[in-house]
Design a protein around this ligand. Structure first.
Ligand code: PLP
Length: 425
């Protein structure tokens, strides 16, 4: 296999060269076409090559391709922030624009910490997170994430994070437990962890409203996040919702947490924000959080060279405008329901399919060795890798993850096609 100078994800294999992309299809240099059924990693919300997004980027490049935020702001970054705030859950009043999901998470963690420091609560230094979670690969985001195998080599560099059970009904709810009882037990575990850590030591609770890469589109049980909100309020800690993967319309509402009727203190978004046209992410914060910093030190002790990048902002603004103009949010709801039904028709009784789940066009299939006992396949089999290779060979992109390690119990396939996908595709 041809080796190149890039440090690819596998150091033993160079992936195919992508030379073209249009709609829901990506083309490689060998002339193969791939149906992008995962939007990359739930990134391509509008599909590839959308002329309106490309035109908006061109206009911004011609006008002002870059202006450092220590000197200037730009109309396009301001308009993007206004657009996000106007559509965000109650109380969200400020936006910090970054270049991706991990950066958004790092920013969120630091903003949350500074909020307490400026309130005179320097003793708060802990984040509580869930065992099944992925929040990014930079050191802070990695520390809060649940993938033990990702953290292990870097453990001495990472902050300590108490972890609680995820909301994973398919695997964890006992047969003799009602959904409400299961949810109450999870919430009890969270509250116990906060009390054990000492509520005045805790900054916040971090969770993905719909679990993505480590679980294959696992939605919460009804009432779970309402309970989380109440517990966070009771102990004066922040609720940080990581919507990097599940946000920006992917689940059928702009923010996944809208469907749980809850307003987080901080929300992170990325992938679907720019839909892959530019690297961009954002942190959305309650107005009161930023107001405390404004009244206090007057600045957020953070910053990267490319925050508020005008071309990235132009791409994101155009993506979000097209989604609204073309009614694609409704399309996500319709197509998501169709895809889920079809997956059920085709795979619902398959001996190795344990569960089909998700929200909108964010769907997961959990594979099991034994459907009755839910026993997963042995991690050494690397079933998910084999499925990805087989799908690619057949011209299909799906996003498989797996193993029975820590929070990642079982192999699963994530499907997240672009919102423009047609019923026949
Ligand atoms: N948070 C979640 C929920 C994610 O799924 C991801 C990426 O998959 C990240 C954070 C990190 O985002 P990025 O890969 O853009 O750094």
């Amino acid at each position: 296999m041809l080796m190149t100078h890039i440090i690819h994800r596998s150091l033993r294999q160079t992936p195919p060269f992508a030379v073209g992309a249009s709609g829901v299809t990506v083309y490689d240099s060998a002339g193969n076409a791939y149906l992008d059924a995962s939007g990359g990693a739930a990134v391509s919300s509008l599909g590839h090559g959308h002329p309106d997004v490309i035109a908006a980027m061109h206009r911004q490049i011609d006008r002002c391709a870059y202006a450092h935020t220590a000197f200037f702001t730009t109309e396009v970054a301001e308009e993007l922030a206004d657009t996000l705030v106007a559509r965000a859950p109650a109380g969200i009043g400020a936006v910090y624009l970054v270049s991706g999901g991990s950066e958004a998470m790092e920013t969120a963690l630091k903003l949350a910490r500074q909020y307490f420091v400026e309130g005179g609560e320097e003793g708060r230094s802990l984040f509580i997170a869930r065992r099944q979670s992925y929040h990014g690969n930079t050191l802070g985001a990695l520390a809060v994430g649940g993938n033990e195998w990702r953290r292990k080599p870097f453990a001495p560099l990472l902050m300590e994070v108490p972890r609680v059970a995820p909301c994973y009904e398919y695997r964890d709810r006992r047969d003799n437990q009602s959904v409400d009882e299961y949810t109450a037990a999870l919430l009890d575990e969270l509250e116990t962890a906060i009390i054990k850590a000492g509520p005045d030591k805790v900054i916040g609770f971090v969770a993905e409203p719909v679990v993505g890469a480590t679980g294959g589109a696992i939605p919460p049980t009804p009432g779970y996040f309402k309970g989380v909100r109440e517990i966070c309020d009771r102990h004066g800690i922040l609720f940080i919702a990581d919507e990097v993967m599940c946000g920006m319309g992917r689940t059928g509402t702009l923010f996944a947490i809208e469907q749980d009727g809850v307003a987080p203190d901080i929300i992170t978004v990325a992938k679907g924000l720019g839909g892959g046209y530019q690297p961009i992410g954002a942190v959305l914060a309650q107005g009161a959080i930023v107001e405390r910093l404004r009244q206090g030190s007057g600045s957020f002790l953070h910053g990267h060279t490319y925050i508020g990048h005008p071309v990235a902002a132009a791409a994101a603004l155009a993506v979000q405008q097209v989604i609204e103009r073309d009614g694609l949010q409704q399309q996500v709801q319709r197509r998501g329901a169709t895809l889920k039904r079809m997956l059920g028709d085709v795979f619902g009784k398959h001996e190795h399919v344990g569960d089909i789940r998700g929200r909108g066009l964010f769907l997961g299939i959990e594979l099991v060795r034994d459907r009755a006992t839910k026993e997963p396949f042995a991690p050494e089999r690397k079933l998910h890798a084999a499925i990805k290779a087989e799908a690619m060979a057949r011209g299909l992109m799906v996003y498989p993850m797996g193993g029975t390690i820590d929070g990642q119990r079982g192999d699963h396939i994530l499907l997240a096609p672009p919102f423009i996908v047609s019923a026949s595709e």
